[in-house]
Design a protein around this ligand. Structure first.
Ligand code: G3P
Length: 216
């Protein structure tokens, strides 16, 4: 499973990248706004800065909701760097745009996916990645991991190439369970990635080893 970091924060991206396990970055308009990135020029520059930091796919989201607008925006985003993946919302024009990008050699990430039906449409349109938001599925009183299991089964049975990118990760357990359920990629905030390191018995064991090492 590939590890992406889900942030537009350059310090967080650098910290995760320095671990040596980072395969890419996903962003969205909320995450860009959180970093105070405003205006088309600054937005494009910020994506270029992220691409310069990480050797891997970087999802950059279109803001238009009509086909022509998405295509025009997507072309500009894809021109920033070879690693840019155009992130497109799961709406009717979004599916049309994903098909256009697929036919024109531009890779896509279909975002805001909450059901197997939506994921089938994204795969049919040729999306490179599909992003089920598992934390938000949990918030709505269903089970995000069950959705990943369902997509994993359907894509495998049907031979779809689209990669399942588990998104809206809220904790380390989401990462472990996404891996178990067959996600190809997990995109996570830095805290959730670092959360994987933690186990109290590791801390207790290391303290004991260091204590005993003084007697060596
Ligand atoms: O990748 C999508 C993600 O950023 C959404 O996460 O926590 O806002 O549901 P969240």
């Amino acid at each position: 499973m590939k590890f992406f970091i889900d942030t537009a924060n350059l310090a967080h991206i650098k910290e995760a990248n320095d671990l040596g396990i980072l395969d890419g970055v996903t962003t969205n308009p909320s995450l860009m706004a959180k970093e105070g990135i405003k205006g088309q020029e600054n937005i494009l520059k910020h994506y270029a800065d992220i691409c310069a930091l990480v050797e891997g796919d970087v999802s950059a989201e279109v803001l238009s909701t009509d086909f022509n607008g998405m295509v025009e925006e997507g072309k500009k985003l894809a021109a920033i760097h070879k690693n840019i993946v155009v992130k497109v919302p799961m709406i009717k024009d979004g599916i049309k745009a994903i098909k256009w990008f697929t036919d024109n050699g531009i890779r896509t990430n279909c975002t805001l996916v909450f059901s197997a039906g939506q994921a089938i449409l994204a795969a049919k349109a040729g999306a490179t990645y599909v992003s089920p938001f598992i934390g938000r599925v949990d918030d709505s009183n269903w089970d995000g991991i069950v959705l990943i299991e369902q997509l994993s089964h359907i894509y495998s049975v049907q031979g779809f190439d689209t990669q399942i990118l588990a998104a809206s990760i809220r904790n380390a357990l989401h990462i472990v369970r996404s891996a178990e359920a067959g996600a190809h990629v997990c995109t996570c905030p830095l805290d959730s990635i670092l959360g994987l390191l933690k186990h109290p018995l590791t801390d207790i064991g290391l303290a004991k080893f260091l204590e005993d090492a003084k007697k060596m």
